[in-house]
Each structure stands twice: as structure tokens, then as C-alpha cells.
Design a protein. Structure first.
Length: 337
């Protein structure tokens, strides 16, 4: 089978690999699409994502496809099923797994990070992380369900109500996902701050955003929001998130920044406003919710996918040679959409 193999820092090779073998509890999947996200940028550059990727490895943790074969112990899917895959695999035995916090698992592994993923014509995954798709969810859209599930986990950590006024900082794919998710969760006003006029305009005209702010020339209102989602991961935007809060507000620090980065905040302001500042890591047990949101039309992720790439274009994309991308997916296999 053809596979795009990460062989070193910023080094890819298209190789011909043998079909992977499955154990009794695993599924062999013919890849349809694989999404490419910020985590892949980090792994490509030699930085860790949810875990470290050790070359040679096949990336691709946002995957959809068709089941080719199943192990003897698999009962939830069958050959021919259209599926999406939650990449994260938990040990089930550590302190965090045993106290219902599996996302913090001491032995976390992941498809497309610590084991070969979907940037190959076929890959394997434990049946426990393979989800059958409703007929009305395309394989193309299904390659973006994993980031939706990460957003769902972030919102599950917050106390949300319809009366609240929310701000999302960041007009990348995850920021746009959060803008839709907050509306799906019933928040009555959702504003979006970013740096790209076209993305901001589209989210206001097509996806229900109330107000937009281009932070290259506009100020985000201070002391204005009950909920702020920071979806960039830079010290500047993290400080903006705290400054935008009103009393009693919640801030979700979702954006993944450099490991050495820090930002300054006024601790008296956190005390006086009684702020809640919440981190969010991956997507424990939120995949079915994400599929339901896409299937019912509450999330329009297809409208956010701007580019379909081939395996031979992935390196150019990660090197920044393809511009104007909202969300890129890689069409890997010759299967229907």
C-alpha cells in the first residue's frame, strides 16, 4: 500500500508498505480522507502533539474510511461499514483512567501519532475507537469529526447558558468550530475575533456569528463576555481572552502554544472578577456527540473545508506553500464521498 511516511524532522517519503496486520480486537480500514491540523504541523516539526511521534511513522489522526476487515473479537462494525476513528487510545488502568479522566491517561497512545495513521491507503485501530457513520455524513466531512469532538470536550468543561455572551478568539478551523458549537449549545450571542477579513465575513454571513473583530485594526471590547474561548495559543491572544471577560466569566484556554511560552495576567483581576480559567486536552468520550452534531446539521463542517490535497501535497501544505486554507483534508483512497 502507498503511505506518506514521516522519516525525520520535516522529512516525508511516499513509500510502499505492507498491509498492516490486525489483532483480534482491531479493525483494518481503507482510508478515504485524512484531515491535517495544527498537531500535524507540530509533529512534522519535531514537536509533540498529544504525545511524541517517533519517526518513521505514518501521521494522520483525523480519519475516515471503509472497514476492510475485523478481528475475531470485534462486534461493533463489519466489513463495508463507513467509519470515522477517534485516534486516542487509553490504557484503562492508570489513576486517571480509573477516576474517569481518561484524557489525562499516563499511557496515552494515538492513531497517527504513536502508531501509524491515515496518511496511508490502509491503517488499523482498536474497535473501541472506531465509529460507524450515519448515511448522511460524508466521508469527506467525517475526516473533520475529531476536531469537533475536541471542541465538544472543551465546552463540556464549561457551565453554559443561553443568556451568556460568548467570544471566540481565533479564526482558524478550531475557532470557527467553536463559533458553531457555542450556538449549537444554545448560547444566544457568539462573536468571533481573528485576523482574516474573508473568514470573519463568511462566519457572520453564513454561520450565525453576531459580531466580528479583526484584531489587526480593531480592539476586542474589554469586560464584555461571559465566556471566552482562546483558540490560538499565543501569549497575546491569551492575555486578550482574560481582558475580554466580565465578572464571573469563564475562559477556555484551548489554543496550543509553544511549550516554552508564558503570558502575564493580573491576579487581582482574576480574584476580583471571580474568573474561571480552564484548560482542555483532547476529546474523551465525545465522538458520538460530535457525530450527532454533524449528522443533525447543527455543525456545518463541510462548509469550512477549503482544500482537498493528495499525499504528494501534504509537505507543501505543512511548509506553508499553500495559502488561503481554512481546513485541508487529504483524499487518500479511491472511495466514494
Amino acid at each position: 500500500m502507498k503511505a506518506l511516511v514521516l522519516t525525520g524532522v520535516k522529512q516525508f517519503e511516499i513509500q510502499d508498505l505492507p498491509t498492516p496486520k490486525i489483532s483480534p480486537n482491531e479493525v483494518l480500514i481503507n482510508t478515504a480522507y485524512a484531515g491535517v491540523c495544527g498537531t500535524d504541523h507540530d509533529l512534522y516539526a519535531g514537536r509533540p502533539g498529544s504525545a511524541a511521534a517517533v519517526p518513521p511513522i505514518v501521521l494522520g489522526h483525523e480519519n475516515s474510511g471503509i472497514v476492510e476487515a475485523i478481528g475475531d473479537e470485534v462486534t461493533n462494525v463489519k466489513p463495508g461499514d463507513r467509519v470515522a476513528v477517534d485516534p486516542n487510545i487509553y490504557c484503562g488502568q492508570c489513576e486517571y483512567c480509573l477516576t474517569q479522566r481518561p484524557e489525562l491517561c499516563d499511557h496515552l497512545s494515538a492513531v497517527g501519532v504513536t502508531r501509524d495513521g491515515g496518511l496511508a491507503e490502509q491503517f488499523t485501530a482498536p474497535a473501541s475507537v472506531v465509529y460507524k457513520l450515519p448515511d448522511n455524513v460524508s466521508l469527506r466531512d467525517a475526516a473533520a469529526i475529531e476536531p469537533v469532538s475536541c471542541g465538544v470536550h472543551g465546552l463540556d468543561l464549561l457551565d453554559l447558558h443561553p443568556y451568556q455572551k460568548a467570544l471566540v478568539i481565533g479564526d482558524g478551523f478550531m475557532g470557527q468550530i467553536f463559533a458553531q458549537l457555542l450556538q449549537a449549545y444554545g448560547v444566544h450571542q457568539v462573536d468571533l475575533a481573528g485576523i482574516f477579513d474573508e473568514k470573519l465575513r463568511r462566519n457572520k454571513e453564513r454561520f450565525g456569528v453576531t459580531e466580528t473583530f479583526n484584531t489587526t485594526r480593531e480592539q476586542i471590547p474589554a469586560d464584555a463576555y461571559d465566556v471566552v474561548i482562546e483558540a490560538v495559543g499565543l501569549p497575546t491572544t491569551q492575555a486578550q481572552a482574560v481582558a475580554a471577560t466580565k465578572k464571573g466569566a469563564q475562559v477556555l484556554m484551548f489554543g496550543v502554544g509553544p511549550q516554552e511560552a508564558h503570558f502575564e495576567m493580573n491576579t487581582y483581576e482574576i480574584y476580583k472578577k471571580q474568573l474561571t480559567i480552564q484548560g482542555s486536552f483532547i476529546n474523551p468520550l465525545t465522538f458520538k456527540d460530535a457525530i450527532a452534531l454533524v449528522s443533525t446539521g447543527k455543525m456545518n463542517i463541510g462548509g469550512l473545508i477549503s482544500h482537498e490535497l493528495g499525499l504528494d501535497q501534504v509537505q507543501d501544505f505543512l511548509d506553508g506553500k499553500i495559502e488561503g486554507v481554512s481546513k485541508a483534508v487529504v483524499q487518500v483512497g479511491k472511495v466514494g464521498k
